[in-house]
Design a protein around this ligand. Structure first.
Ligand code: AMP
Ligand code: MG
Length: 519
């Protein structure tokens, strides 16, 4: 790993904490605290991502070396690394929570690559000043879920932080998985996450909450220079630069929400500290994938009462979070009107891109509101697997003779009412007619659909199966699954098991359809 070259702009250009180490503290006038990963007893490699490694200039052989395991489990620092935890705040479930920060994430440093810089970050590598009352560790089940899903998202074409490696620590970690008073020991793990930047909305909020306006300006200028260089170059005037930056974050966040809605991803904890300034999916916790299409569904049992972060509400929550970011940037701008106008643009952009996306999902050249709404209502009325429905719909050429191609998408095909069945038939007729009117051949429609609608997504129950195996030391299923997820839009021979809808045993098993924040 000798040739990883570090260029640590974050810690070189921004003010850090004078104190080093993990003693808990409230930070002032600084962005980060230096702290080293806590060494672990028996580190072992469960998996690494060849494509992320390649982006860092690491060979396969290097990733299989002892040095790699020791480094990315947190036992060894490479020359040029500058380990630190950053300080941010956030709104959790709608309430301002004050200082949070990287409680169990340690940034190692920014690697210079051919296409820019990439921050390496260990998650679960021990206590930091921001661990509050917790241990700074992570368990295998949540780490595997983060590792798999972030790589799957990348291959799905959804902006995301990436993951280089999944390591076991050889140590046990105590967790009360269901928060029901039954703590138990679980295997510990560390994921090395990779992104150009892990800056969140909450970093800006924290500085504004502390009324450190000069530092807010310094930090915002740093982020723009480092992550949005075209904006830095185009705007000499500070206010117009900050507004252009806010606009860009709104646009990227809108695009991200459209992607989540397209693939059926539910983040589960869209707190402002879990929204990336780059518009990437970040912090995979109690996330889930829609199985039965249901806009009200959330995988997060901690949010079961309010369902604030349910599938259908994600775009609205994103906008609420952007409003909090606008509030955080306000001291730099001191005018509400331009911020409000940009925020209004989020809704317009989202709506336009959502319509385009829905047209592509149906293989149409133009969006049809009535037809789309009729379908979404039908999908909700009977438990329908969203992923399989859109894949099978691509094969339907005739509303009468091909309709049973859809039956595999239903969880209880014999319980569909006559009325729903008839409405589905009518919808299929109208849909196929419209496609024809729009001049779409069957092949054109199917090609467009199969490029938009994935077949393989990291379904919740499949993650649980991979976790069960990994906990007993078998990483074969994980490996095979990771390979399948590299080509999510392409049918792969013999890989049916990775596309199958949720089996009945998984309906109410925890980890499969219900997850707490425990990780
Ligand atoms: P999350 O809900 O996972 O985004 O976490 C919210 C906050 O709690 C963040 O500041 C995390 O760093 C912190 N946190 C979560 N789990 C732990 C842990 N096991 N040890 C220390 N801090 C944690
Ligand atoms: Mg978080």
């Amino acid at each position: 790993m000798q040739h990883l070259v570090f260029d640590n702009a974050f810690t070189n250009d921004l003010p850090g904490d004078a104190q080093v180490g993990s003693a808990r503290r409230q930070l002032r006038n600084a962005l980060f605290s230096r702290v080293e990963p806590t060494p672990v007893q028996g580190p072992y490699l469960m998996h690494f991502s060849e494509s992320v490694a390649a982006g860092l200039g690491l060979s396969k052989a290097q990733c299989q070396s002892e040095d790699f395991v020791q480094t990315f489990a947190g036992n060894r620092l490479l020359p040029g690394m500058d380990p630190h935890a950053t300080c941010y705040g956030g709104h959790q479930f709608g309430n301002w929570a004050g200082q949070l920060g990287d409680g169990r994430a340690i940034n190692l440093g920014e690697v210079k690559t051919d296409s820019g810089h990439l921050m390496l970050q260990l998650k679960g590598a021990g206590e930091t000043p921001y661990s509050r009352t917790a241990d700074g560790l992570a368990v295998l089940r949540s780490s595997l879920r983060e590792y798999v899903c972030s790589e799957a998202m990348y291959h799905l074409g959804v902006p995301t932080t990436r993951a280089l490696s999944l390591m076991g620590t050889g140590e046990q970690v105590m967790r009360d998985m269901l928060y029901d008073g039954h703590p138990a020991l679980e295997p510990g793990a560390v994921v090395c996450r990779v992104s150009s930047s892990f800056v969140r909305f909450g970093h800006f909020q924290m500085l504004t909450a502390r009324q450190e306006t000069d530092l807010l300006a310094t930090f915002t200028d740093f982020v723009i220079r480092r992550e949005f260089p075209t904006i830095a170059a185009a705007h000499q005037d500070a206010k117009s630069r900050y507004l252009a930056f806010f606009d860009e974050v709104c646009q990227r966040t809108a695009a991200l929400m459209v992607h989540w809605m397209r693939v059926g991803f539910v983040h589960g904890v869209m707190n402002t500290d879990n929204l990336s300034i780059l518009g990437e999916t970040i912090d995979y916790g109690p996330y889930g994938w829609l199985e039965g299409f249901d806009p009200d569904w959330t995988p997060n049992t901690t949010d079961a009462g309010q369902r604030r972060y349910r599938y259908g509400q994600q775009p609205a929550v994103a906008q609420w979070n952007l409003l909090q970011l606008a509030n955080a940037l306000y001291p730099l701008i001191e005018e509400t009107k331009p911020l409000e106008d940009i925020l209004g643009g989020f809704a317009t952009t989202y709506e336009q891109q959502w319509q385009q996306m829905m047209a592509s999902k149906l293989g149409l050249s133009e969006f049809d509101e009535a037809l789309t709404n009729r379908l979404l209502k039908l999908l909700t009325e009977t438990e329908t697997d969203m992923i399989l429905f859109f894949r099978h719909l691509a094969d339907v050429q005739n509303a009468e003779s091909d309709a049973d191609r859809l039956s595999n998408a239903y969880y209880a095909p014999d319980q569909i009412s006559l009325d729903t069945h008839q409405q589905t038939q009518q919808w299929l007729r109208d849909y196929l007619n419209l496609a024809q009117q729009q001049g779409r051949s069957h092949q054109q429609r199917a090609d467009a659909m199969n490029a938009t609608n994935p077949l393989y997504v990291p379904r919740n129950y499949l993650a649980q199966l991979a976790i069960d195996d990994a906990e007993s030391g078998n990483f074969q299923r994980l490996s095979q699954w990771m390979q399948v997820l590299e080509r999510p839009y392409q049918w792969q021979e013999g890989m049916e098991a990775f596309a199958a809808k949720r089996p009945e045993w998984a309906r109410n098993r925890s980890g499969c359809s219900m997850l707490s924040c425990s990780s």
